[in-house]
Structure formats: C-alpha cells, structure tokens
Design a protein around this ligand. Structure first.
Ligand code: PEP
Ligand code: MN
Length: 338
C-alpha cells in the first residue's frame, strides 16, 4: 500500500486523472482531502506496480510507500482525524464523547435510571452489556436478546445512541439490528473471525485493547476491521495486565498520545475496567481528557452495591454527574467541549 501526495496547486482534473489511473492499474483509490494537500491512498499489493507510473502524472508531488504494518489505520494514509458520526453524537471531533451506562443490562428501570443520569450529565452514548464475557461460567452472563430490547427502547426514550458488546460472529447481525455501535471486548481483540465479520457491518465498531496486547497489535486489529470495509473504528484503552495489584489492570495512558500520533482513528479511555475501583474513575478520567483522549467509557449504576456485574467499579449516579461537571473544566483546558 502506498499514498500519492498531490501538489498544493493540483487541479481537480489532475486529481481525477490520478484516480482514474489508479483504477486502471487495478487498485482502489482512497481520497483524503486535507486542509493543505490532497492525499490519495492506493489500496492493493503495491509490488504489482512501479511507483513511477503514478509519480510522473501531472499534479503529483510524491508517491510514498506506507512502511508501517497497519496501513488504512495509519496517519500516513489519512492525515486528518476520523470523526465517527452517529445519529445524535460524534466521536473524534471537538466534543468529548462520554459513553456511560451499566456494565450489564439487568432491568428496564435500571437502564432507564442510568440513561437519564447519563443524559443529564452530558454523556453522548449509552452503554450496557447483554452478552457478557465473564471469567466464570457461573457468573451472570447477561440477558441476551431481551437485554438488547431494553437497551434499544431506553436509548430511544432518552434520546441517546447505544452500544453493546458482540462476542461471536454469529451474533453480529442480530446485535447490529438493535444498537448504533458494536463493541469488541478486550478478550476478543484478536478474534480474527469476529474482526472480519464486524468489518463487513455498516455500523461503527469500538475496539478495546486486549489486556495483553501491544498498541501495534491493537492497530493491526483495527486494520482487520478496516480492510474488510468498515472505516468507522474507535479505539479504546482499558488497561493492560502488569504485576501491579492495587488496580484491576494498569491504565496505559501513554497509549493515547501514541495512538493519536500513529493513527487517525479516535481513541477513548475506559477507566472503569482499567482500575476496577470507583475512587479512581474521576482522577483518571480527568487525566485521560488532559492527555488528548477523544472520550471516555464509564460504568454507572443506580445501585452499584447490588449490581450483577462490576459493581465495585461502577459510579453511583450522583457521583457520576458531579464528575462530569468537573470534567468540563478539564476539557476546556485542552480546547475541547463536553
Ligand atoms: C465491558 O466494557 O463491558 C468489558 C467487558 O470490557 P473489557 O472488554 O475491556 O474487559
Ligand atoms: Mn464491566
């Protein structure tokens, strides 16, 4: 894969003829109109074409191979940030997107109460697990399709787009019928069959970093989704396994600037799964936004002590709303809004 960088003064006609040539050579062009220059990605096996065939065309400044193992996900391929647009929300733009809701969908009233709080506080997206990846087969596994119905109807009632996790390729189409974003969880980050499947779905995908995965592996997993046609991928840092025991995982905040440098995809932080304890959610949320994250995923619950899943790390609703009010000042300090 390579990119054709057009000269600043290239005309539309010249750009058009480069695109035509790329297609004639048997490749797929991908336009990226930057503020300064137009960049055209050339998708296909570049060993089959000589750079010169494109470099000699009028208006072309240079033809550069993308050397990183991830291509479509790389900043070279698309210098401008991707903004994932949803009905009523966007991720990766000026506004910070907060995804809030319970770990697991338990009852209609539980989700509704959490959703109203999320909406009041300025969160943009409602979360809730219906098919839960649990360490123990004896733990609550989620309400399944019944949970999807609750999530969809609450989302419509309060006016928030919704997200839930998909664990198997077989369930992807069903889940896509109910939600606005599909989540691939940490445990499935390298489930390549699942990545290929969600790559063919027309809804955005939130891809969580595996607890034992490098940033490069995360970006390669995003590449799987993108190579299958879905360009709307949001990345999520949710902590990685280390020797530290005071936290459930170790939040790798450095992943935020690294990903912002290497990729155009939006990146958010999940301090709930990263820490496992509620007292750390606010400070790390502030840190994430100050570090340049495009958003947060936070578990909240109307009665966390009775939660069927992840109660320890779930914020009670008043505490969440208070944190969101404080977050606005942090966002403003890095020229973002909530
Ligand atoms: C979740 O968000 O509900 C979840 C299970 O997170 P993770 O995949 O990051 O553990
Ligand atoms: Mn959880």
């Amino acid at each position: 894969m390579m990119i054709v960088v057009m000269r600043k003064d290239a005309t539309l006609k010249q750009i058009g003829s480069v695109i035509k040539t790329i297609e004639e050579l048997g490749f797929r062009p991908h336009m990226s109109e930057g503020e300064e220059k137009t960049i055209i990605g050339v998708i296909g096996d570049e060993r089959k074409v000589s750079k010169d065939a494109l470099a000699v065309l009028p208006g072309v400044e240079s033809v550069v191979p993308i050397l990183k193992p991830f291509k479509l996900a790389s900043r070279e391929f698309k210098p401008d940030k991707t903004v994932v647009k949803l009905n009523g929300a966007e991720i990766g733009g000026e506004r910070i997107s907060v995804i809030a809701g319970p770990c697991a969908i338990e009852t209609y009233d539980q989700v509704l109460e959490a959703a109203k709080s999320a909406k009041r506080a300025g969160a943009q997206i409602l979360r809730g697990g219906a098919f839960k990846p649990r360490t123990s087969p004896y733990s609550f596994q989620g309400l399944g399709e019944e949970g999807l119905k609750i999530l969809k109807s609450v989302g419509e009632k309060v006016g928030l787009p919704v997200i839930t996790e998909v664990m198997t390729p077989e369930l992807a189409d069903l889940i896509a019928d109910y939600v606005d974003i599909l989540q691939v969880g940490a445990r499935n980050m390298q489930n390549f069959a699942l990545l290929e499947k969600v790559g063919k779905i027309s809804k955005p995908i939130l891809l969580k970093r595996g607890m034992m995965s490098t940033i490069e592996e995360l970006l390669m997993s995003a590449e799987y989704i993108m190579a299958n046609g879905n360009r709307n991928v949001i990345l999520c840092e949710r902590g990685i396994r280390t020797f530290e025991k005071y936290t459930r995982n170790t939040l790798d905040m450095s992943a935020v600037p690294v990903i912002q440098k290497l990729s155009h995809l939006p990146v958010i932080v999940d301090p709930s799964h990263a820490t496992g304890e509620r007292y750390m959610i606010a400070p790390l949320s502030f840190g994430a936004i100050a570090s340049g994250a495009d958003g947060l995923m936070i578990e909240i619950h109307p009665d966390p002590d009775k939660a069927l899943c992840d109660g320890y790390q779930s914020l009670p609703l008043p505490q969440f709303e208070e944190m969101m009010a404080q977050l606005a000042a942090v966002a403003a300090s890095v020229n973002r809004k909530i």
